[in-house]
Design a protein around this ligand. Structure first.
Ligand code: FAD
Length: 393
């Protein structure tokens, strides 16, 4: 039986996170260090120290690294609270891409790799990247991976171009996906490599100007100009990158949904306040049916999104891989939350497209969410194929 009751310790932690985000983090939303290329590393470090002082930093980390290791369902409650401010997850160190990378490294890295590359990220002193997407190669279809890794029996030499690489500037822990070419020394195929961002051959060409604004240091274009790495740099097994990417993505898609649910709720609460106090044609605008229907649609979409997320989390907590469920949830929640944010902009009138409130910023960021961790069409393509095979959920 599915049981969605929230344990009392989870509810207490949720309340603590919520008051931390509202009291200590929201004031930073107008900080000039929140730039077009996202929060700067300096702003991030300041926020992380606030969470550390409150004992809330990286609360989701595995217990063996000192975290509270909440279940997926508990995470849904906690990340939603963190997402009330787009800076909340950054302060708490449960934002993308670090959160998904920590999850993956916690599952696949060796003890030595975890000490060198995972522990400093959990500690909030180091950031990480996941470098898969390429301008003309891997994207919606990671099978088009064009970055190569040539193994000469001693070292791998990686060559290619990546883009949209979140947080590339200044990150130390790098996970790079490259296609190991057929060779006489061992296995081949798409593989994940772990290395330091300062490693020779990693060249950050530029940071892209994008419409979103809430990923630390934005999204980079990166040239991999003959990055030489030893076999010890392989994360997991050679040829298994696509499997590991799925292992990372199923929960990572859901945590995105959870954080953006919190942000959409915030936008809705601002729209509700405005609809209550702003008057037009003799009464508060919220009492005009056109606006009250928009508010009702928001209420319904927020609650449906929450329940969809909890449903997929419940599956993961039962030990399922949850790939199909997380795909369905990501597709519906990213579209519905975008509609919520759009309605909030509409209710706020001209102010809605300005930075007088955080709603415009949330709208732009939620728009991007419909693309990453699988565009909606790609999820629907996978779900449709399952239906044709007669294995619909
Ligand atoms: C804010 C943001 C952050 C990101 N961060 C990272 C990162 O840190 N690391 C990283 O590696 N990547 C990152 N990405 C890249 C992201 O993973 C890709 O944008 C995504 O996988 C889509 O690939 P693409 O952009 O190449 O689009 P394309 O593959 O060119 O697809 C374009 C469009 O084609 C359509 N399409 C594709 N396949 C199908 C299909 N089967 N059926 C119907 N329609 C289809 C979809 O509408 C899709 O939007 C980020 C992207 C964004 C927006």
């Amino acid at each position: 039986m599915i049981d969605f009751s929230i344990p009392s310790d989870t509810a207490a932690l949720r309340d603590e996170i919520r008051s931390f985000v509202i009291d200590e983090i929201v004031p930073f939303e107008t900080d000039p260090r929140l730039t077009q290329h996202g929060p700067t590393d300096e702003l991030r470090s300041e926020l992380v120290e606030l969470a550390r002082k409150r004992g809330l930093l990286t609360f989701q980390a595995p217990a063996r690294f000192g975290g509270r290791e909440p279940s997926h369902l508990d995470q849904a409650v906690l990340y939603e609270a963190a997402g009330w401010s787009t800076l909340g997850p950054i302060a708490l160190n449960c934002a993308a891409p670090d959160e998904g990378n920590m999850y993956l490294l916690g599952k696949v890295a060796t003890e030595e790799q975890a000490e060198e590359y995972l522990r400093p990220v959990i500690d909030g002193r180091q950031r990480s990247v996941f470098a898969m997407t390429e301008p003309f190669g891997a994207g919606s279809d990671p099978g088009q991976l064009a970055t190569t890794a040539v193994f000469d029996g001693e070292n791998y030499t990686i060559t290619g171009t990546k883009w949209l690489i979140t947080g590339a500037t200044g990150a130390k822990t790098w996970i790079i996906m490259a296609d190991v070419q057929a060779n006489p020394h061992g296995p081949a195929g798409p593989t994940l490599f772990l290395c330091d961002g300062d490693h020779p051959g990693i060249v950050i060409e530029r940071v892209m100007n994008t419409m979103d604004r809430n990923y630390v240091e934005g999204h980079g274009v990166v040239a991999l100009e003959g990055v030489v790495l030893p076999p010890a740099a392989v994360l997991g097994e050679v040829g298994q990158a696509l499997r590991y990417a799925q292992l990372r993505l199923a929960p990572a898609r859901l945590t995105h949904c959870m954080r953006w649910l919190g942000a959409a709720e915030r936008a809705h609460s601002i729209a509700v306040d405005y609809a209550r106090t702003r008057t037009a044609f003799g009464k508060p605008i919220g009492e005009h049916q056109g606006v009250s229907f928009m508010l009702a649609d928001n209420e319904i979409a927020l609650q449906q999104s929450r329940l969809a997320i909890w449903w997929a989390c419940w599956h993961l907590d039962q030990g399922a891989k949850g790939r199909h469920e997380s795909s369905m949830v990501k597709a519906v929640v990213s579209e519905d939350l975008f509609q919520v944010a759009d309605r909030c902009v509409q209710i706020l009138g001209g102010m809605g497209i300005s930075d007088e409130t955080p709603v415009a910023m949330i709208f732009r960021d939620i728009r991007a969410f419909r693309l990453y961790d699988g565009p909606t069409e790609v999820h629907k393509y996978a779900i449709g194929r399952q239906a044709l095979r007669g294995r619909g959920a």
